[in-house]
Design a protein around this ligand. Structure first.
Ligand code: 5GP
Ligand code: MN
Length: 373
């Protein structure tokens, strides 16, 4: 939910070693000195070793945050690694340091060793280790300091949790974290480009979740620091392949259906179609937003068949909380207007379940509206 202006409650965070969970204190105040001091201490230790992990299927916000934070660690002379449970998509590989990341799928032993050796594990752009895919059992076992920087509701308990659900993106929040901790001079063009990538992609190009003035103040500071906006836009939005255009065309022409009873658009995409159009990660980015441009559509859901599961992407207009639908019926969660989930069922069954639960979902919305009157 967006609010106007930055109230004194800017961050929710928890500062304590993991072993002292029983004594976890939650603070609700502006970027607290404790956050700054803890981060300086954790990364300032002699020979400190930092490990960064984004969420599964990393998007622009996760990649931008990982890129920016690793570059900051480079500037501080701190040894740093970036590991993923799967892979960064090709369209984000231009971001500095992203090509140097290591996938657990390719190098499990190296990733486990990094975990054993790390003094600090940064969880970026996700609120729970449950979103770290096959890495989860190992990160859960990790005994060192875990720092989460994120903007999703209900964060897990970690050593230091910097979480604000009102920001546009993890990258917007990370700008505040970086500049308050290490000074704004540390931001150069490549770091600014990375942070802007997260702000731009998580808001659909400053379309949704971007009505707070603070978001634009951060962009202004990034421009002052050398952000190359034209270059970032070109990399993110002006690089289509013919097969991507054809896949999008097929989805909109032949796959998109609008429910008869509810304002819901569904786009089911099968593995066979992905193969037919030579799908690469990122090729379907943004597709789910398109049906929302139809006035009578309030919720859009993309249902994508993967090898081991079916992935759902929910988007909505206004105050329709699609994260509730994703969380209750599709093992997922996320934000009010952008959520996701997954099921291990045949794609036809997933689409059937969406249709069967539409009535429940819109019933819940009506109940919520009535009770808030
Ligand atoms: P997307 O549709 O772009 O994959 O995801 C939109 C948002 O939904 C993400 O920013 C993330 O917050 C959330 N999300 C996506 N997939 C999952 C999931 O499997 N579990 C949870 N808890 N959140 C998800
Ligand atoms: Mn994000």
């Amino acid at each position: 939910m967006e609010t106007k202006g930055r109230p004194s409650v800017a961050l929710a965070f928890y500062v304590l070693p993991c072993s002292l969970f029983s004594k976890v204190i939650s603070y609700f105040c502006a970027m607290d000195k404790n956050v700054i001091e803890t981060l300086r201490k954790l990364t300032g230790k002699r020979d400190a070793r930092v490990l960064i992990v984004p969420h599964i299927s990393p998007d622009g916000d996760a990649a931008g945050a990982c890129s920016a934070l690793w570059q900051v660690m480079d500037k501080l002379g701190v040894e740093c690694h970036l590991m993923t449970c799967d892979y960064f998509p090709e369209y984000l590989k231009w971001l500095t340091r992203i090509p140097d990341s290591v996938s657990y799928q390719q190098h499990p032993i190296r990733c486990k060793r990094w975990l054993q050796e790390a003094d600090v594990l940064f969880m970026l752009d996700h609120n729970t280790m449950a979103r770290e895919g096959d890495l989860e059992p190992f990160t859960r076992e990790y005994k060192g300091n875990v720092v989460m920087i994120d903007h999703h509701p209900d964060p897990d308990e970690v050593t230091l949790c910097v979480s604000d659900t009102r920001v546009s993106s993890t990258c917007e929040l990370l700008y505040d974290v970086i500049t308050s901790t290490w000074g704004k001079e540390i931001i150069d063009t490549d770091i600014a480009n990375a942070l802007y990538t997260g702000i731009s992609t998580d808001t659909g190009g400053l379309n949704h979740n971007s009505s707070r003035p603070e978001t634009y103040l951060v962009i202004a500071r990034l421009l002052e620091a050398g952000l190359d906006k034209a270059y970032v836009h070109e990399e993110l939005y002006q690089k289509n392949t013919l097969s991507r255009l054809r896949l999008t065309g097929n989805c909109l022409l032949n796959k998109l259906e609008v429910d008869e009873n509810f304002p819901v658009a569904i786009i089911p995409v099968t593995l066979q179609e992905l193969e037919q159009y030579h799908y690469k990660d990122g090729d379907l980015e943004g597709l789910v937003n398109i049906p929302l441009s139809v006035e009578s559509v309030s919720v859009s859901v993309q249902v994508t068949e993967r090898k081991d599961r079916v992935k759902l992407s929910f988007r909505s207009k206004g105050d329709i909380p699609v994260n509730l639908w994703a969380k209750t019926h599709f093992n997922g969660g996320g934000h009010l207007n952008a959520a996701g989930g997954q099921l291990q069922l045949p794609i036809e069954e997933v689409v059937k379940k969406l249709k069967e639960t539409s009535g429940w979902f819109f019933g819940e919305i009506i109940k919520m509206k009535l009770s808030s009157r």
